[in-house]
Design a protein around this ligand. Structure first.
Ligand code: SF4
Ligand code: SF4
Length: 303
């Protein structure tokens, strides 16, 4: 897709494969950020598969708990569930969760969702079809308050504390998909398909936006992470493409034209996406024909 000459309508109607590359102003073909992200998700999950099936012991386990070259890695929400259910913290969990939290602090909290999570990739493909159906007026978009995710986050942790069991893991599509990739078929995969169908036909990326406590836990890290998406008002012509492409569009609220006067009064031309819900997917980079977005690593002035 030629991102320098598309219309917003073309953006939605472009074939899915054509969103994996773009033409530069000089006419050269380059991979989009989406291409690199999808490649990252595939490589990481294939590494899990190969480590189990040909016993290369590189990345063993699943995305809930794994070992990278023997070093423990634990999903932070799973660690919280274990803490709530068992009321004790094992050394391996402390090592595994500290490593993951440290890593995502540096690269941007919810980068997990955009660059690692296999359900995130499925959901992104589902989102493509959902937006097409909405644009053709075949279905309606159903939006909810994204803050509802905090309620689900608390409910799932409370359930672990009350039951003494990691209740969320029974319905966790990330864990189900990760086990499916590594160990093969199980009936639980039907549940993942049900969620995906809800996202395609009812509400855009509903699981990730409103429910998933794994993503919510990474969002907490994202709020304080020094890695941010930066937007440049001087380049932006407010075409709104990024609002259409962003899976968490509420994080871009501050970049609307109505805030331009306020920015000018303050003498600010660049702003960060401060909201931890940003999944660092760079879809806004991919669709911006003015190249108004970039990543910035900032330790000062984050709040
Ligand atoms: S919100 Fe949950 S399911 Fe969605 S991409 Fe993030 S971890 Fe995966
Ligand atoms: S602001 Fe950009 S990087 Fe962040 S979630 Fe939205 S599209 Fe992705």
């Amino acid at each position: 897709m030629d991102k320098y000459s598309w219309s917003v309508r073309e953006l939605i109607n472009a074939p899915l494969w054509s969103t994996l590359y773009y033409r530069t102003k000089e006419g050269k073909i380059r991979p989009t950020w989406r291409f690199w992200r999808w490649l990252s998700v595939i490589i990481i999950n294939v590494a899990f598969f190969l480590s189990y099936h040909i016993d290369i012991q590189f990345l063993e386990g699943t995305l809930t708990g794994s070992r990278l070259l023997g070093f423990h890695l634990i999903d932070p929400f799973a660690a919280l569930e274990i803490l709530a259910a068992e009321h004790e913290v094992h050394t391996n969990i402390i090592i595994g969760v500290s490593t993951i939290v440290g890593f995502y602090f540096l690269v941007g909290g919810k980068a997990f969702c955009g660059w690692v999570c296999p359900y995130g990739l499925l959901s992104e493909i589902g989102e493509y079809f959902h937006q097409k159906l909405v644009s053709k007026h075949i279905i309606k978009e159903h939006k909810f308050n994204p803050k509802v995710r905090y309620i689900f986050w608390a409910i799932f942790l409370a359930a672990a504390a009350i039951d003494g069991y990691m209740v969320f893991e029974v319905i966790n599509p990330v864990g189900i998909l990760s086990r499916f990739i590594v160990y093969g078929w199980s009936l639980a995969i039907v549940w993942v398909l049900v969620i995906l169908l809800i996202e395609i036909f009812y509400s855009r990326r509903a699981w990730c936006k409103y429910v998933c406590p794994i993503g919510t836990t990474y969002a907490f890290i994202g709020w304080v992470s020094p890695m941010k998406v930066q937007w440049d008002m001087d380049k932006c012509d407010h075409c709104a493409a990024c609002f259409i492409a962003c899976p968490e569009e509420h994080v871009l609220e501050r970049f609307k034209a109505k805030y331009d006067e306020e920015r000018k009064e303050k003498g600010i031309t660049k702003e960060f996406v401060k909201d931890g819900d940003c999944i660092m997917c760079a879809r806004c980079f991919d669709v911006c024909h003015e190249d108004a977005y970039n990543f910035e690593f900032r330790l000062k002035n984050l709040v």
